[in-house]
Design a protein. Structure first.
Length: 140
């Protein structure tokens, strides 16, 4: 039931400029939830709060922590959501807990976003162009 509620919350807020703060689980999983507190990922990294350990033994929280660092460090934010989906999948941790499945499903919905908000239009056009080139490049 919690997954269904989270799904509807994410769908409801998908059209807004920025996702609301929601603690999903651990110290890093959830929009605007970083280091166990309600804080934007950029502020979390800039204020050096980010160093808080991930929840003990939580592969999911480790992936979320890496995602928060990616979102807050000023790197190419367009790759961060894809990176967490890959982290969860490569480590098979999305299957280890309900939280993992929840985070994986939510991130699959917004994998083309730049962290917690839609990518700027120019970045979206660049991604679309790359996708079109990939799809159009069929093998002989």
């Amino acid at each position: 039931m919690r997954l269904l509620v989270s799904f509807f919350v994410l769908c409801f807020f998908a059209g807004v400029e920025r996702a609301p703060a929601i603690e999903i689980c651990g110290n890093y999983c959830g929009p605007n939830w970083c280091a166990g507190i309600t804080i934007d990922e950029h502020d979390c990294v800039a204020d050096h709060v980010w160093g808080t350990p991930a929840a003990a033994g939580s592969c999911v929280d480790e992936c979320c922590k890496a995602h928060d660092y990616c979102c807050g460090s000023g790197s190419d934010r367009a790759v961060c959501n894809d990176a967490i989906v890959s982290c969860l999948g490569n480590n098979h941790c999305y299957r280890d807990s309900f939280c993992g499945l929840e985070v994986w499903a939510a991130m699959e919905l917004i994998d083309d976003w730049c962290c917690g908000s839609p990518c700027p239009q120019s970045r979206m056009q660049e991604i679309e162009l790359q996708l079109n080139m990939t799809v159009g490049a069929a093998p002989n």
